[in-house]
Design a protein around this ligand. Structure first.
Ligand SMILES: Nc1nc2c(ncn2[C@@H]2O[C@H](COP(=O)(O)OP(=O)(O)O)[C@@H](O)[C@H]2O)c(=O)[nH]1
Ligand SMILES: [Mg+2]
Length: 201
């Protein structure tokens, strides 16, 4: 099986057309606020170091595309989206990025699903709720991946966090929920299972 590889980055939706995708694998996008662990999760899922892990949040502006032959039913293109809710940029730039990302999400025929990535310690913040509402409205398939479960102090604290977050997610109409730790390689199998399921339709 070939290794995961970086295909390219796109600042604008139209730039995606120019990227050299090799075959017709379904696309899976990872959305979320900065610093929630999107890139770490992508690395853990692909058993690689392809996604950049940032020490300074909010620096990645581009949609980053990775070819991952080992994921899904017939390979996958994993898309690391820029974190929403950038702290360090102007409202105008933020809006432009938002527009380009939503433009791409709404026009990408190969998109099989979107994972909204949320830090398990913080739960859903305003921007996450906006993202979920957008995905719901536009009838895009999505699930929520909670990250950093290893940060909870004990197994019982983890259990309680999972119970509370699951209840919250259910109230919001989220159908698929995953609990993970990239640090400890937890919960990755269930996410991989969803990638296979979502590849089929
Ligand atoms: N303890 C722990 N730290 C994590 C985990 N995932 C990410 N981090 C840390 O959280 C910070 C942000 O991670 P990153 O993947 O860059 O987040 P992104 O901005 O959403 O892509 C980094 O310091 C990571 O090492 C995890 O599962 N457990
Ligand atoms: Mg990142």
């Amino acid at each position: 099986m070939r290794q995961a590889e970086f295909i390219g980055g796109a600042l604008h939706a139209k730039d995606v057309e120019t990227l050299p995708f090799e075959h017709h694998a379904p696309f899976f996008a990872f959305a979320g606020r900065s610093n929630v662990g999107k890139s770490s999760l992508i690395n853990a899922l692909t058993k690689s170091r392809i996604a950049r892990i940032s020490k300074s949040p909010g620096k990645t502006r581009e949609m980053n595309f990775y070819n991952v032959p080992a994921l899904g039913a017939r390979g996958a293109v994993v898309v690391d989206l820029p974190g929403y809710g950038f702290a360090k940029v102007s409202a105008k730039l933020r809006e432009l990025w938002g527009k380009e990302i939503t433009r791409w999400l709404l026009n990408e025929d190969r998109l099989a699903g979107v994972f909204v990535v949320v830090d398990s310690r913080h739960g859903f913040l305003e921007s996450d709720l906006e993202c979920l509402a957008f995905l719901n409205d536009r009838k895009l398939r999505f699930g929520v991946i909670f990250t950093k479960l290893d940060k909870w102090k004990s197994p019982s604290a983890i259990k309680k966090a999972e119970k509370d977050l699951l209840l919250l997610a259910e109230r919001l109409g989220v159908e698929q929920v995953f609990f993970t730790s990239a640090e400890k390689n937890l919960g990755l199998g269930t996410v991989k299972g969803a990638l296979v399921d979502w590849s089929r339709v």
